[in-house]
Design a protein. Structure first.
Length: 249
């Protein structure tokens, strides 16, 4: 029941069939049969539908060699380790298999600071410092470097950015949303000269990490107003981002 045009096996019926018994998938169906060139008509093959409902189907992602029953294939593809995801760096347009995302990041100095492997996240607070360098603080859009961390067998990306005048802090987990719900994080944006828990002016966030499957617009969840950031940075042009990750029991 493989379509002779796209070479795929249909995943749903009815399957179009020409008067001579040649099959073609619904997407590739035209006025004439691709095999014998006769008029296709409106014929449907109930036998082909029965077969496709009772065979195992290949995962659609190129590097995945797994097969699943029709009722299970879509759920697998939602969490397949080879599903195609976007690099979380806003200005990067690369889309790669999830299993190769870390490799993409460590090979791209424009996307990520780490160039060998993710850092190991501490059980307590992890601290990153940021400054503006030669960038004007009043710029509407500012990007800072991304760092990637490993924790409990999972990978996380952490970075702040400024967009349309508002600051954001991002924690992305390289996993599906259901897996992300098993983890939580705390994050504090604070004065560079103080510890996370001691800063008088700070922005605090907590929740589940965002899934790598989230669209980039969805990364604008944890926002900090410019006035608060000005207060945090009143002693310098610098700020700190402290975070810790834990697994929910």
């Amino acid at each position: 029941i493989e379509c002779p045009v796209c070479m795929d096996i249909p995943r749903s019926g009815p399957v179009p069939v020409c008067p001579n018994g040649h099959l073609v998938c619904k997407t590739c169906k035209k006025d004439s049969c691709p095999t014998c060139r006769c008029v296709m008509g409106s014929g449907k093959s109930l036998l082909a539908t029965t077969i496709l409902e009772n065979i195992e189907h290949d995962c659609k992602f190129e590097d995945c060699n797994n097969q699943f029953a029709l009722k299970d294939i879509e759920e697998h593809e939602k969490v397949c380790p080879f599903r195609i995801v976007s690099c979380p760096k806003f200005e990067c347009t690369e889309r790669v298999p999830l299993a190769k995302l870390v490799q993409h990041l460590i090979n791209s100095s424009a996307c990520c600071v780490e160039d060998a492997a993710p850092l190991v996240a501490l059980q307590g607070w992890n601290l990153r410092g940021y400054d503006f360098g030669t960038i004007d603080v009043s710029e509407e859009t500012i990007r800072w470097p991304m760092h990637i961390y490993a924790y409990s067998g999972e990978t996380f990306a952490v970075f702040p950015f400024k967009l349309e005048g508002q600051y954001y802090a991002v924690m992305v987990m390289f996993a599906a949303e259901a897996k992300c719900s098993e983890y939580k994080f705390e994050m504090i944006i604070h004065d560079r000269n103080s510890e996370a828990s001691d800063s008088l002016s700070a922005a605090k966030f907590q929740g589940n990490p965002l899934s790598i499957d989230e669209k980039k617009e969805g990364l604008r969840l944890y926002g900090i107003y410019g006035k608060l950031m000005t207060k945090i940075m009143e002693k310098s042009r610098m700020f700190s981002l402290s975070f810790k990750i834990s697994k929910i029991d």
